[in-house]
Design a binder for this molecule. Structure first.
Ligand code: ZN
Length: 149
């Protein structure tokens, strides 16, 4: 188990566009393990690789049903709308309301290199959108309609 340092708002790595993963090798799998460890240690629902300073299109999410690893994820369908309070491990001490789709379908590659699709609703839809935004240098605070504190 290895924990990585979570980068915080103001660190320019969070504003960069991450690169597609073209090969899943030992280093990729170690990175994924470290991301999962770091997410659980920080008590987060998700973590994107740029949050630990790695500009690769990898996210990990756990909304309470076990970890999901997504490599090169893209939202291919979005339905409905919800507005919930979000926070981010990279923006400590703040939360705010964000409008997101109620349901999304995400296409991605898993850690075995297999193509997958996942339909996420409610919190899982929010987590997918929030984490995929990180891969494009977007933070939820860019989309907040109202800050809560
Ligand atoms: Zn975040």
């Amino acid at each position: 188990m290895a924990l990585r340092k979570i980068r915080e708002d103001g660190d320019e790595v969070l504003r960069k566009v991450s690169k597609e993963v073209t090969e899943i090798n030992e280093r990729t799998l170690t990175l994924i393990e470290d991301m999962i460890d770091t997410m659980y240690e920080a008590d987060g629902v998700g973590l994107a690789a740029p949050q630990i300073g790695i500009l690769k299109r990898i996210v990990v999410i756990d909304v309470g049903e076990g970890p999901i690893v997504m490599i090169n994820p893209t939202v291919v369908e979005a339905k409905g709308e919800q507005e919930e309070i979000e926070g981010c491990l990279s923006v400590p001490g703040v939360s705010g309301k964000v409008k997101r789709p109620l349901e999304v379908k995400v296409a991605y590659t898993d850690e075995k290199g297999q193509g997958q699709t996942l339909v996420g609703r409610d919190l899982l839809a929010i987590a997918c959108c929030h984490e995929i935004d990180h891969l494009d240098g977007v933070l939820y605070i860019d989309k907040v309609t109202e800050f809560i504190n």
